[in-house]
Design a protein around this ligand. Structure first.
Ligand code: OAD
Length: 270
C-alpha cells in the first residue's frame, strides 16, 4: 500500500492505520539547535563558520584524528562548550521517545554526540550513535579507558587529558574523520531497509556513510524530511514528504495530526 499524496496528513493517517509499525528515525545536529547547541554547517551560526579563533587549517580539522594527534587543544576548547550536562532535549527529541513508548520506534540513528536522545527517554537499545558520543573515552594509543569523573574535570577546565598508563592522548569515543564508525552502525543499518516509514530530522546529509541511510529505505516506505532545507535525495521519490522549516514546528504539526499533542508536551516537560 502506498500513500495517495505526499503530505504530512497522509503520513499521520498511515501511522494511525497501524501499518507503520517499524519507524526509523535519522537525526543530525539540526535537532539540537533549539536546545542551544550549534550545528556544523549552517551559515553564520554553524560551528564550522565560528572556529576562526581556533586557527585551524580547515574547519573539519577539529574532528580529524590525524590533526588531533598533533594538536588536541582545539578539540578540547570545543568539548568544553559542547559537553553534555548543560543542555535539555527538544520537543523533537521527546517525539522520538514517544514513538518508542508507543512501540513504533524500530531504531534511531543519530549523528549527534550530545546524548540528548537518551536524556529525552529514548531507550538505549533503540539508539545507534553513529558517530559515537561523549559517554565514554579512552587513550588513542593503548586504548585503555579513562574514568568518567576525571574526564569531566579535564573537559570542564578545558585541558587535555592524558592516559594514566602510557601518557597517550585521551579522546572521547566520538568518531573523528579518519576513523571507522562504531560497529553498531553497520550491524543495525538493516533496520532502515525493513522500515515502514523513515523520519529524517535536522541533518545536511553530507557525511557518509550516514548520508546513505535514507536511500536504503524501500521505495514504498515514505520518507519524511523535517529540516530547514532540502537535503540529499529527499524529494526524489513519490512518497517523500518535505516538511521544511524548524523541525520542532514540523514535529508538533505531525503530533497534532496524530492527536498526540498533549502526550508529547507532557513527556517533553517532565
Ligand atoms: P550539519 O550542520 O551539517 O546540518 C544540520 C542541518 O540541520 C542543516 O541542513 C540545517 O539547515 C538544519 N537545521 C539546523 N537547525 C534546524 C532546526 N531547528 N530545524 C530543522 N533543521 C535545522 O549537521 P549534521 O548533518 O549533523 O561529524 O552533520 C553531520 C556530521 O558532520 C556531524 O555528525 C559531525 C560533522 O562533522 C563528526 O563530527 C564526525
Amino acid at each position: 500500500e502506498t500513500l495517495q499524496e505526499r503530505s504530512l496528513e497522509a503520513v499521520a493517517e498511515y501511522i494511525k492505520s497501524g501499518d507503520a509499525r517499524r519507524i526509523v528515525v535519522l537525526t543530525g545536529a539540526g535537532i539540537s539547535t533549539a536546545a542551544g547547541i550549534p550545528d556544523f554547517r549552517s551559515p553564520k551560526t554553524g560551528l564550522y563558520s565560528n572556529l576562526a579563533r581556533l586557527k585551524l587549517p580547515y574547519a573539519e580539522a577539529v574532528f580529524d584524528i590525524a590533526y588531533f594527534r598533533n594538536r588536541p587543544e582545539p578539540f578540547y576548547v570545543l568539548a568544553q562548550e559542547l559537553y553534555p550536562g548543560k543542555f535539555q532535549p527538544t520537543v523533537s527529541h521527546a517525539f522520538i521517545a514517544l514513538l518508542a513508548q508507543k512501540g513504533l520506534l524500530q531504531m534511531l540513528f543519530t549523528q549527534n554526540i550530545d546524548c540528548l536522545e537518551r536524556a529525552a527517554g529514548v531507550p538505549s537499545d533503540k539508539i545507534v550513535e553513529a558517530h559515537g558520543s561523549f559517554a565514554t573515552q579512552r587513550c588513542i594509543e593503548c586504548k585503555v579507558e579513562f574514568p568518567d569523573d576525571h574526564m569531566r574535570k579535564h573537559v570542564l577546565r578545558g585541558d587535555v587529558p592524558r592516559c594514566k598508563e602510557c601518557k597517550g592522548l585521551v579522546k572521547p569515543d566520538i568518531t573523528f574523520f579518519g576513523e571507522a564508525l562504531p560497529r553498531a552502525f553497520s550491524e543495525k543499518s538493516h533496520n532502515t531497509v525493513m522500515a515502514d516509514l523513515v523520519l529524517i530530522i535536522g541533518t545536511s546529509l553530507t557525511v557518509y556513510p550516514f548520508a546513505s541511510l535514507p536511500d536504503m529505505a524501500r521505495q514504498k516506505a515514505p520518507r519524511v524530511l523535517f529540516n530547514m532545507e532540502k537535503v540529499g535525495s529527499l524529494g526524489s521519490r513519490v512518497d517523500d514528504v518535505l516538511e521544511l522549516g524548524s523541525c520542532d514546528n514540523g514535529i508538533r504539526k505531525l503530533a497534532g495530526l496524530l492527536g498526540w499533542t498533549d502526550e508529547l508536551e507532557d513527556l517533553w516537560r517532565n
